[in-house]
Design a binder for this molecule. Sequence first.
Ligand code: TLP
Length: 346
Amino acid sequence: MHDIVDLRSDTLTLPTPEMREAMARAEVGDDVWGEDPTVRRLEALAAQRLGKPAGLFVSSGTQGNLVSVVTHTRPGQEVVLDFDSHVFNNEVAGAPVIGQLQMRPTKTERGFLSPEQVREALRPANIHLPQTGLVCVENTHNRHGGTCCTPEEIAAVAAVAHEAGVPVHLDGARLFNAAVALKRPAADFARHVDSVTFCVSKGLAAPVGSVICGSAEFIERARRWRKMLGGGMRQVGILAAAGIVSLERMVERLAEDHANARRLGEGLAKLPGLRVDLATVQTNIVIVRIERGPAATDELVKGCAARKVKVHAMGPAAIRCVTHKDVDAEDTSRALEAFRELTSRW
Ligand code: TLP
């Protein structure tokens, strides 16, 4: 049990004592010179877990996606992606600004483009049209509530893109949540895509960092982009050491976060004025729709905060709750109780 139940995001997880220990002891060197043994160890471990030849440690998921997107494309090309994707909505328009790319967002039901939607979005050869440079997918899908797509669904989308000679990038910020929820190795999700970014700084609890995985040739080009974007860090093995603990110790326990999210979702779904689509509660995110609209949403966020439960308003009529290692079963019950008290007045 914690004093404050913080459900705003799994990015709020604090490093474990084991991580702090590993960080303090990390053997380090200058990573821009390729001489940090701990960074190399994390990159090799990440690549091995995802079944890819090489990995690149980056500062954040946003940097990982941006570096991947610009490495795959040329200015003036178009990126096909889901309308609610993080790359399109939450990355400060990095791809259009830095990569000079046009975004081609498509609305989907669960956050995942179908092969037909990808086929429709790919541009034919025509002097008037931009060329399609990349297809992006996101798993788990954040704004759709932590929904997972299967390796087979990714393979089907990738087949359509590859047939047209277009590469595929997977924003797998929470890929290990999908792997644990669907009981499949992370490598199964990565097999059919050309690059993947996953974060060690979310449910896996490291303080900083993400890893891009792909072919050795792709990672070498990505390394130049990372340097240009200011991501060439020096004795950064101090941070990579925590990421190694994430991959070795923090993956299996994500199942607890999923169980807590499920309990929370099921409890919230029973409360008056709240709507939770339980079919989307597959991992550690619960999206609660507030039927009474903006004022009620605001009232719930503030009322929860007054009860030491922090939640995040996602637009005017929804609240996002994210479970993670610093929220236990008891905390989940406290959060539920706060919502129960507040909605009982309605
Ligand atoms: N998501 C954050 C916010 O930016 C919304 C959160 O609290 O969930 N891809 C996906 C699917 C993400 O959810 C996020 C972070 C990122 C990329 C970016 O990662 P960071 O925050 O490390 O840049």
